[in-house]
Design a protein around this ligand. Structure first.
Ligand code: TRP
Length: 466
């Protein structure tokens, strides 16, 4: 199966072989491309606003340079060592049930994320179309978003539009084209985001928001801050879902895994910070740091952005530009997620591509539709007190990803051995933070993951309140 490209999201070149990235830059761009998406612009700001501002940021950064670093390194090294995506990589070390489970828990996560990712993608598409139709003022009005997500038919419609686009791109094979467009769009997005962030931070009253976002206040700490920050770190860096195994399997032995890990982390965090600076200070400027607004959750970005744009005076123009790029960032990530899911099914079930796509279409319809309806006609249905979308988000980010990360750690500690990972990394460069890696992997990661996993589950089951 050496010639498969199918699982190489954001593949920069045409290379149809394992180790097909066109050099180091190609690899970094591909991973960064898959890392930057809704997670940075939509998910990070709302979680930071909700779970303690500066405190959340601090915990997030700490987790990223410890766990994040160890996990990206490990997954990439294992991928490169075995030349396989997660299920295959786990099986390369053993055939018994735990290996199977370990691989699959990694592989299933993207299948569960992609449906609700497309629901949010639908929200973005809807906003883009409204801006194009010139409804900038209406979008900035109070209650617009709440009314929108409560009208389930509309949400479902936009979800279906977005999903059809994703399927179309995958089936028609125009993925490369879309990715090329998005390579141009991404730098423009960053520049626009800088502009909007500067504007947002300089509003009267916004300074309080900057302080809330950047300065840790221990009063705002709760255990949920840690759980949310860890979930977000996995999500944003695309860790613990098999993607990096797959990427790792495509890179050549000359890529400095350690350095590229650092670059990807830096880039991803910079964008998340920028998004935080656009949104959180604006909440303070426009609603005086109203706690209820800060707690708005998944809707925060969609409520705040149109308000900033309209107050900029050039609302329609900036709105169209921004949501267009937001849309491309979401589309490329959604394509990668679906592609990863389909190729795991192809590899493991030995089904044809159409059959795998069909199965994913069914999963997307079921999970996506429940997520779309969850804030509207089905808002009385709650799973552990969470609406469907929040539930799937919680299930994947706070339960399954820690499990996936845990299995990767155990695989290395118990089976592969630290020495082999070090050898793999040293193929291309010196392993500069070898001791640190070893320490984090052996002592810190598994224990913390286990604690976080249990406490997040206990929290939803109502055993403890975090
Ligand atoms: N990291 C992406 C984001 O921030 C989301 C994501 C998670 C993703 N897993 C992925 C994207 C796999 C591509 C492939 O939005």
């Amino acid at each position: 199966m050496k010639e498969k490209v199918s699982a190489a999201p954001s593949h920069p070149g045409k290379g149809a072989q394992r180790s097909g990235f066109s050099g180091k830059l190609g690899y970094i761009l591909a991973v960064a491309g898959s890392a930057v998406g809704l997670g940075n612009i939509w998910r990070f700001p709302y979680l930071a606003a909700k779970y303690g501002g500066g405190m959340f940021l601090l915990v997030y950064l700490l987790l990223m340079v410890t766990f994040g670093y160890v996990l990206i390194m490990s997954e990439t090294a294992l991928g490169r060592m075995t030349g396989k995506s997660p299920v295959g990589a786990f099986r390369a070390f053993g055939k018994s049930l735990p290996f199977c489970l370990g691989g699959w828990v990694n592989a299933v996560v993207p299948m569960l994320i992609v449906p609700y990712y497309c629901v949010i993608g639908g929200w973005v598409l809807k906003y883009l179309v409204e801006y194009l139709k010139g409804s900038a003022a209406a979008l900035a009005g109070d209650g617009y978003f709440t009314d929108f997500i409560a009208s389930s038919g509309k949400v479902e419609f936009w979800f279906l539009c977005f999903s059809l686009l994703v399927f179309f791109v995958i089936l028609a094979g125009v993925k490369q084209g879309v990715e090329r467009v998005s390579k141009v769009m991404m730098p423009v997005l960053v520049m626009l985001a800088v502009l909007v962030a500067v504007y947002s931070v300089s509003r009267p009253g916004a300074w309080e928001g900057v302080k809330y976002f950047l300065i840790p206040n221990f009063d705002n700490f709760s255990w949920m801050t840690v759980v949310a920050a860890m979930g977000q770190m996995f999500y944003s860096l695309s860790i613990a879902m098999g993607v990096l195994y797959t990427y790792g399997s495509y890179i050549g032995k000359d890529v400095d895994i350690e350095k590229s890990t650092a670059q990807v982390e830096l880039f991803d965090t910079a964008i998340a910070l920028l998004a935080g600076l656009m949104i959180i200070p604006a909440v303070f400027a426009f609603s005086g740091g109203d706690m209820e607004m800060l707690q708005a959750g998944p809707s925060l970005t969609f409520i705040t952005l149109p308000k900033i744009f309209s107050s900029m005076g050039v609302g329609a123009l900036v709105g169209v530009a921004f949501f267009l790029m937001f849309f491309f960032a979401a589309l490329t990530s959604a394509i990668s997620l679906l592609e990863t899911s389909v190729s795991s099914l192809e590899d493991e079930m030995h089904w044809g591509r159409p059959k795998c796509c069909l199965l994913m279409a069914v999963v997307m319809m079921v999970v996506g539709t429940t997520s779309s309806f969850g804030y509207g006609i089905w808002d009385s249905v709650k799973i552990f007190g969470l609406a469907f979308l929040d539930f799937f988000d919680f299930l994947t980010n706070s339960v399954m990803m820690p499990l996936a990360a845990f299995s990767t750690c155990i695989l290395i500690i118990r089976v592969v051995g630290f020495k082999k990972i070090a050898e793999e990394v040293e193929c291309s460069s010196a392993f500069r933070r070898k001791k640190l890696y070893n320490f984090f992997l052996k002592y810190l990661a598994p224990v913390c993951i286990a604690i976080i996993l249990f406490s997040s589950i206990a929290n939803v089951l109502g055993w403890i309140t975090l």
